[in-house]
Design a protein around this ligand. Structure first.
Ligand SMILES: Cc1cc2nc3c(=O)[nH]c(=O)nc-3n(C[C@H](O)[C@H](O)[C@H](O)COP(=O)(O)O)c2cc1C
Length: 183
């Protein structure tokens, strides 16, 4: 059965290496009939979590803040798979993605947990100049355990500093195959 996939792209570079992984992943996933919605977070107005614990998961706008997260919440709520895509920034995910992840907490609050479980799965797509992915992979795997989302795996593309460095490299095929395997 086809799946509804949402990709949160936390790179600020539209034609960068993370975006290339997202492009290939999406091509693969769509080739087997899945639908893919990509949010380019860098173009969106997404504020930091205020830590108010005032969210109401079942509301159309579950967070007390009104910003572009309101475009993301309904798509995540309906999704089967949530893909986190990000460049490695100081051995972590980018602030753009980390901020959006915190804001997803509103879907866990108030009226029942609409984020955790629900048969969802996830994958991690990353690009970096070096290969220091360990800390962020550990964090991501812990997040998956907390959210009870099936961990579909990671595509980690090291050795890519400049825009375009990733073109022709095997990780693009890996991302495509990860998408294509979703059915
Ligand atoms: C603020 C910042 C921090 C970075 N930190 C790291 C790092 O810790 N390790 C690394 O290998 N590359 C690091 N890089 C390099 C990026 O991960 C690399 O350029 C990557 O290809 C960017 O992905 P993008 O093209 O999708 O934006 C950093 C780049 C920036 C701008």
């Amino acid at each position: 059965m086809s799946k509804k996939i949402v990709v949160l792209n936390g790179s600020p570079r539209k034609n960068g290496n993370t975006s290339a992984l997202v492009r290939e992943f999406s091509k693969g996933a769509e080739s087997t009939g899945n639908t893919v919605t990509v949010f380019f977070l860098g173009d969106m107005d997404i504020h930091e979590c205020k830590g108010c614990f005032g969210g109401h998961s079942s509301r159309e706008c579950p967070c007390v803040q009104k910003d572009d997260m309101d475009k993301i919440y309904p798509v995540v709520r309906e999704s089967d798979i949530v893909v986190l895509a990000t460049p490695l920034y100081y051995w972590n995910m980018s602030g753009q993605l980390r901020t959006a992840v915190d804001r997803l907490f509103a879907l866990e609050e108030g009226d029942g947990n609409l984020l955790r479980g629900n048969g969802r799965a996830s994958a991690l797509l990353m690009a970096a100049e070096g290969n220091g992915f360990e800390d962020v992979v550990l964090y991501y795997d812990h997040l998956m355990e907390h959210l009870r989302w099936k961990n579909l795996g990671h595509v980690l593309a090291g050795g890519n500093g400049d825009v375009g460095d990733i073109e022709g490299k095997p990780e693009l095929k890996e991302a495509y195959e990860l998408g294509r395997a979703i059915q």
